[in-house]
Design a protein around this ligand. Sequence first.
Ligand code: NAG
Ligand code: NAG
Ligand code: NAG
Length: 462
Amino acid sequence: MYYFFFALVFVLLPPISTTHDEDVVLENIEALGPGLKPKEIVMPARYFFVYARGRNYTGDSSLEENDFQVQIKGRSLQNKDCRVWVNILNRKDSSLIVRYKLFETCLDLTISVLYKNSHINGSPFKTKGPVQPEDCPCAELDLDTWLKNYECPTEYNQIMSDLKSFSSVDFNSFYTRAINRFNNSHSSSVCHFVVKDNEVYRTCYGQHVGFKMFIDAILLSLTRKVRLPNFEFFSNLGDWPLIPINDKPRIPLFSWCGSSQSADIVLPTYDITESTLECMGRVSLDMLSVQGNIDKTWHEKPPQAFWRGRDSSRERLKLIEIARKHPEIINASLTNFFFFRDEEKIYGPKEKHISFFKFFDYKYQLNLDGTVAAYRFPYLLVGDALVFKQESEYYEHFYKELRPWKHYIPFKTDLSDLVEKIKWAINNDDKAQEIAKAGQLYARNNLLPQHIFCYHAVLFKV
Ligand SMILES: *[C@@H]1O[C@H](CO)[C@@H](O)[C@H](O)[C@H]1NC(C)=O
Ligand SMILES: *[C@@H]1O[C@H](CO)[C@@H](O)[C@H](O)[C@H]1NC(C)=O
Ligand SMILES: *[C@@H]1O[C@H](CO)[C@@H](O)[C@H](O)[C@H]1NC(C)=O
């Protein structure tokens, strides 16, 4: 599914569309993004954007095939061509994502972007000196310089609100309380992490501690790149938040999911963090790939809601019922039974999994909680579709920045107004597309790998 090429090979776009591109003017083509600062911004997969009609273009025109060529070259420490994998994703909105992975240190990295054989503005982009791959031990920078290089925000509302009750944390006092609460607990699994002299130590408590690997991975990735301050924390490895809102004095505990009934400090979910770290690696669904694997433009998609998932909440079963009553507007099926196995004869049979990219053959996407918040929400937002989101007490690290009716359409927890909301979208297509675009823009500006690194680093700084 990806295009593998090494240093010297030009990467060509696959034929996509037959729209005319007479209005694409070489001088207006812009390339922007963290992948053009490869020395300062080290990521597993670096990426930048090429805007064929300028970065502010909002029309629907796609790009003419094969007009763009990208070449990424450099010298290895052995003075050979360094090993680079380049992958181009067509967003079909007149922009491309170019992402590339370095497999070794590259000297004098040169990125050339050509349109009809001519260099675009700024191309070739040249970097002097060594450019490091993700697995380098290159942590020479202090955190403040690193945050500036990565263009991270100085603060996040969610972090400020999560931390405001911990203005001065006396670690000794909560360490003992946390151990008393979590050691030998049958219902929770937590790890105690210590970062000292930029090395990571941990001890875990509980029966199911496999998910520690996700926290390990982000901490190790960060400590390879930047000198973190000494700090320690407890991290919850389960889905449910664990700290009651009236817990006094509160134990500061990091969790992947927050809720209005709890006081856990939220981290980006293991799902989006893993797809950040394993972009162009072990995972094929990430915040970049989902933007470049969508087949249909808005107007080519049927005005139907699409949903697949497992039976992890009663409302998901209810959705199947509603979809059966309204097959012309909702295509929903369960792909697995685990929580309500004895109801498989009613709500089944289960359907085969389909590629997440194919979800976006449909105009509308449904985001329903599972056991907690559904961690697919970032991917749904960044894809080219309108997201309907169930109202819920659960949230991920970014939900507070989103507004219903601006970035997504809300529906009631019990799904009683879902059909009505979908019908509204069918009858208000322009407005629906505008909300879809706003959600997508938010995700593009806040939920890509660069932003996930930033959120962790800012959180670990305070
Ligand atoms: C794009 O829009 C932004 C914000 O509206 C503006 O600041 C910027 O100058 C525009 N860029 C171009 C190239 O038109
Ligand atoms: C946790 O419980 C185990 C078994 O009861 C005990 O051996 C261990 O010392 C406890 N750990 C801490 C840090 O208190
Ligand atoms: C539901 O979606 C699947 C996958 O796109 C498709 O194969 C199937 O025909 C759809 N069902 C209906 C009733 O439209």
